[in-house]
Design a protein around this ligand. Structure first.
Ligand SMILES: [Zn+2]
Length: 343
C-alpha cells in the first residue's frame, strides 16, 4: 500500500485567454477568435457569446476557476498552473509588427491568480529577446511565479540563442522550471517549426534548468514531426528533464498515452497537464477504457477533472500527478495558498 500523498495534485498546463474586455490587456486575433476551433472551445466552455456582453475575459477566468474548484471538490486535483502568453518578438528584440495572434500579459495573469487564491499558480511568459527580459523575469519570480512558459516554435525564441543563457542562469539559481512547448502545435500558428525539437532545449538542461517539455515532443497533426523518441532520450540522460502529458486526451495526441507508458525510465519523469481549454475527450481512448468507463468519464463536467480521470484510468501512475508540486519554484505553492491533502 502506498502512503497517502501529502503533495498537492496539480495540472501543470492551463491557458488563460481573453480579448481585452475589462481592461485585461489580452488579445486574440479576430481571425483566430472566429475560427471553427475557437468557436468550438467557446461553445464547450459555455462562453460562446460572452464577448457580446463585453465580459469574455472575466467569463473565461471564472470558468477556469470553476473547473479547478469542481475538480477539487471531487478530489481529482488541488490547483492549476495557469499560463501567461508572451507576444512574438523579432530577432532584433522588437515586438513583431505583424503576425501576433494571442497575448496574455503577466499583469492580467497575476491579477487572475490573486482572485483565485488557492486554485491558480502563475507561470509567467517573458520573451528572452526583450531588452528587459532579465528584469521582467526577476520581477515576476519575486511576485511568486511558479514557472516560466515559452512556445519556441510559435513565439520565435531559439533556446540556443546566446540571449537565453542569462535567463537560464537566473532560472537555475532560483530553481524556477521552464515549461517549453515541444512538438506540433495547432491552436496558434507555428512560425519556426524546427524549434519544436526537444534537442533545442539542451542548453537550458546543460545550465541546470529544470525543463518540462510540454507534450513530450509528440506529433499532433498528421504532418507533424514526431520527436517523442528524442524527448525520451533527453529525459533519460538528464535528471532535470521532464515532460508533460498535456493534450494527450485530444484527437491529435490520444495515440501517445499507451506508447509513453511503456517507456521505462521516462514514465516517472512525466508531469500531468491538460492543455485547457482544449476539451478532453474519453472517446479517443475508448478501446482502452471500454464502453461504460468512457461514458462515465465523458459525463464529468469539469474539463480538468475529466482529464485527470481519463489519465488515471489509462494507468498514469500517482507520481505523474504529484511531480509538478516538487518541480515548481520553491515557495510558490505556499505563496498562492495551495496545499495538498491526504487523499
Ligand atoms: Zn498549451
Amino acid at each position: 500500500m502506498n502512503e497517502p500523498s501529502p503533495l498537492p495534485v496539480l495540472d501543470v498546463h492551463t491557458h488563460l485567454a481573453g480579448i481585452g474586455q475589462g481592461n485585461s490587456g489580452c488579445f486574440i486575433a479576430p481571425k483566430k477568435f472566429d475560427s471553427l476551433l475557437y468557436k468550438l472551445m467557446r461553445k464547450k466552455m459555455g462562453i460562446y457569446d460572452a464577448h457580446k456582453q463585453g465580459v469574455l475575459d472575466e467569463a473565461y477566468r471564472a470558468r477556469l476557476e470553476k473547473d479547478v474548484a469542481t475538480a477539487a471538490e471531487h478530489g481529482a486535483l488541488h490547483a492549476a498552473v495557469v499560463f501567461a502568453h508572451e507576444r512574438i518578438y523579432t530577432d532584433a528584440g522588437e515586438i513583431a509588427p505583424t503576425g501576433q495572434e494571442m497575448y496574455v500579459p503577466n499583469e492580467h495573469l497575476f491579477d487572475s491568480c490573486e482572485r483565485a487564491r488557492g486554485r491558480f499558480v502563475p507561470a509567467m511568459s517573458v520573451h528572452p529577446y526583450r531588452k528587459d527580459a532579465l528584469d521582467e523575469c526577476h520581477k515576476w519570480i519575486e511576485r511568486g511565479a511558479g514557472a516560466l512558459k515559452w512556445l519556441p516554435n510559435s513565439q520565435g525564441m531559439d533556446p540556443r540563442d546566446k540571449r537565453c543563457a542569462p535567463v537560464f542562469d537566473l532560472l537555475a539559481a532560483k530553481k524556477v522550471p521552464l515549461i517549453a512547448h515541444t512538438g506540433g502545435e495547432h491552436t496558434v500558428s507555428i512560425i519556426k517549426p524546427e524549434l519544436g525539437d526537444p534537442e533545442v532545449l539542451r542548453p537550458a538542461l546543460d545550465r541546470g534548468v529544470t525543463v518540462i517539455m510540454a507534450h513530450c515532443g509528440t506529433a499532433s497533426g498528421i504532418f507533424d514531426t514526431h520527436w517523442m523518441p528524442d524527448f525520451c532520450k533527453l529525459a533519460r540522460a538528464y535528471p532535470n528533464c521532464y515532460g508533460d502529458n498535456s493534450a494527450f486526451t485530444t484527437p491529435g495526441r490520444a495515440r501517445w498515452s499507451a506508447r509513453i507508458l511503456r517507456e521505462e525510465g521516462v514514465v516517472e519523469k512525466l508531469v500531468h497537464g491538460s492543455d485547457y481549454p482544449v476539451p478532453p475527450n474519453a472517446w479517443w481512448s475508448f478501446f482502452s477504457l471500454g464502453w461504460s468507463r468512457t461514458r462515465e468519464i465523458q459525463r464529468i463536467w469539469s474539463f480538468l477533472e475529466r482529464d485527470v480521470r481519463i489519465k488515471q484510468s489509462l494507468g498514469f501512475p500517482e507520481v505523474v500527478f504529484t511531480n509538478a508540486a516538487r518541480l515548481l519554484a520553491p515557495g510558490s505553492l505556499e505563496k498562492w495558498g495551495i496545499r495538498g491533502s491526504s487523499r
